[in-house]
Ligand binder design. Sequence first.
Ligand SMILES: Nc1ncnc2c1ncn2[C@@H]1O[C@H](COP(=O)(O)OP(=O)(O)O)[C@@H](O)[C@H]1O
Ligand SMILES: [Mg+2]
Length: 382
Amino acid sequence: MKIKFCFINIVLIQNFLDLEVSIMSDEEVILHVENLRAYYPSKDGLIKAVDDVSFDVKKGESLGILGESGCGKSSLALAIIGLFDKMARFRAGSSNVPGLLKEFEKNGEETPGATGTVIFRGHDMLNTPYEELAKLRGKEIAMIPQGLTHALNPQYSIGMQTGEPIEIHDEDVRLIEMKKKVLDFLNLVSLADADTRYVLDPGSFSGGEAQRVLIAMSLISGPYLVIADEPTSALDVTIQRQIMNVLQMVKDEFDVSTIMISHDAGVIAEVSDRIAIMYAGKIMELGNAVQIYHSPGHPYTMGLMASFPTIAMMRMREGGSRPKLRGIRGEPPDPRNIPEGCPFHPRCDFAKDGCKEKVPEYREVEPGHWIRCIRYEEIQKE
Ligand SMILES: Nc1ncnc2c1ncn2[C@@H]1O[C@H](COP(=O)(O)OP(=O)(O)O)[C@@H](O)[C@H]1O
Ligand SMILES: [Mg+2]
């Protein structure tokens, strides 16, 4: 009797736990980034491409990363997938890097490379051996890289390349199943005549089509997270629209989390649940789409929104005042020489002396709304 009672209890507890797990999984964090820094070595000093960045991505969520060219978006993506150190060395020219690295070691505290915390589904992305990470990439975490030119191999058919992520990760997959899956995914991204053209090499496809292939490739192994780095910027406007529709469909159909990276507020607005605004390697503001587009709190976000016609028109349609389009005065800083204090202060209409002194803390000003500005409360009242 006692045993039976115990058993029922265990079943109840088990059910309760299952319930709790399913409630929690709605908010399950699949990517946790904390105090991430990614610095390139250069003869003129460290280039702080990513500087103290923290955020989470939840299951099924789409996070947008918006910022002007050069603010560190691609470097952030590389750091998340654990490739920053390799790319930084490779691109800086491997021969001069060891000497450069030694120089920085002598200087003490600040060193080149990616530091901080990146946890993707329990994997420590900054401290996992390269071979282990290679198994994750493509399968659990996929990236649609910026710039189409080198993304596809000109020598292999697009069918073969689309199937590559499953071939690498699942050696037992049968050829015929693989072909079916490849065609399913190429059709899914609406590649015209995929059934006959999958045998052709990339040279026979336009830029927009190549982008569709890359999207199919990133999804085929059923990843948990897809990072899309400026997936439309190399394309003309009509094709951009079609690719946006494909991405929107992906977002609706699959339970995949996405990080959408762009310098275009219109692109980010279409697919993002939450948005991070990046400037000079830092997140200046992060919030949901309504907070960012309708009541931006950081002067940089305000300037950014005021310079996008589509966003201004959208607000006017919803009862806002007639849009005044103006850019942000001045230029983004030289990455080798980022201003002291708040990096935005030389361009900011609200800057006071305090803004020049120290880097503002990144703080939560209302639930889920993060800002890096010491004057947020005062500016709200003005
Ligand atoms: N391999 C590299 N070596 C040195 N500096 C780099 C390298 N790649 C990018 N940078 C610099 O890092 C900063 C951020 O670049 P990037 O991450 O490409 O920005 P974004 O993607 O937002 O345009 C820029 O100042 C850029 O010049
Ligand atoms: Mg980039």
